[in-house]
Design a protein around this ligand. Structure first.
Ligand SMILES: [Zn+2]
Length: 247
């Protein structure tokens, strides 16, 4: 890998491999369909997951990346189930942000069931700010990086429901985003896994529950499927009619 930046439009962070696909995959596909570059960064390798070995999960991430059509996926090693707020973790995220120079960043929401999700959320929020500070040095492949601060941060919806600030109509891409999710097949329900300890997302009903929520969110904006996001602050509107188009 060279130090040359690989500019993307959107960069999606997830504490674990599959967080991104499960929560905002259909929105990312929509961006890719529109011709935007999208990259993903998993903060951990998901090695503590009840199901699947790190090797299987790595293969699954690669499969998901090619199915989804991301420009690139980076997997950091901040330690599954032991993500902590350290200077080094923050630096790792700053490096990724400065490398991809995204306009929009997606990440885990601040209030969640899994502690890693909450910690990832806080780290990414802070890293976004610090990445823009000139006096914070960082290296990527031994070369000095330029400061860069993305303009927009969006929190996707995971286990805990919240009232979204925006709902994206993902009617066109929802079915396809399923393929990205199913690439992580070790995590989901299969008959032969019945003797394994059951995890939250491995329950037979999990995927249909996810679909029901997408339907519900879609319904709120008059669409078939929707993905919901919250923002850390108000959304500034430059082109009013781009946000509120005339029919
Ligand atoms: Zn997760």
């Amino acid at each position: 890998m060279t130090n040359k930046t690989e500019k993307v439009y959107a960069l999606a962070f997830g504490a674990h491999p599959d967080d991104v696909e499960l929560s905002c995959g259909a929105t990312l596909l929509k961006l890719i369909d529109e011709g935007h570059r999208v990259a993903v960064c998993d903060l951990t390798q998901g090695e503590m997951g009840t199901l699947g070995t790190p090797e299987t999960r790595k293969k699954e991430s690669e499969e998901a990346t090619s199915v989804m059509g991301y420009r690139k996926r980076i997997t950091l090693d901040l330690g599954d189930s032991k993500i902590h707020y350290t200077e080094e973790s923050l630096k790792e995220i700053i490096r990724v942000i400065r490398h991809f120079q995204p306009e929009v960043v997606f990440t885990n929401p601040p209030d969640e069931r899994h502690p890693d999700h909450m910690k990832a959320s806080g780290l990414v929020y802070d890293a976004l700010y610090y990445a823009g500070l000139k006096k914070i040095d960082s290296l990527y492949n031994d070369e000095k990086q330029e400061p860069y601060r993305p303009r927009h941060l969006l929190y996707y919806m995971q286990f805990k429901h919240f009232d979204p600030s925006i709902i994206v109509d993902v009617t066109e891409t929802f079915a396809r985003s399923r393929k990205g999710i199913l690439a992580f097949s070790s995590q989901f329900y299969r008959e032969e896994l019945l003797h394994e300890p059951e995890t939250m997302i491995q329950r037979k009903e999990f995927l249909s529950g996810l679909e029901a929520r997408a339907r519900y969110l879609g319904e709120q904006i008059g669409a078939h499927y929707g993905e919901g996001f919250s923002l850390p602050g108000p959304l500034g509107v430059t082109s009013f009619s781009a946000v509120f188009p005339e029919r």
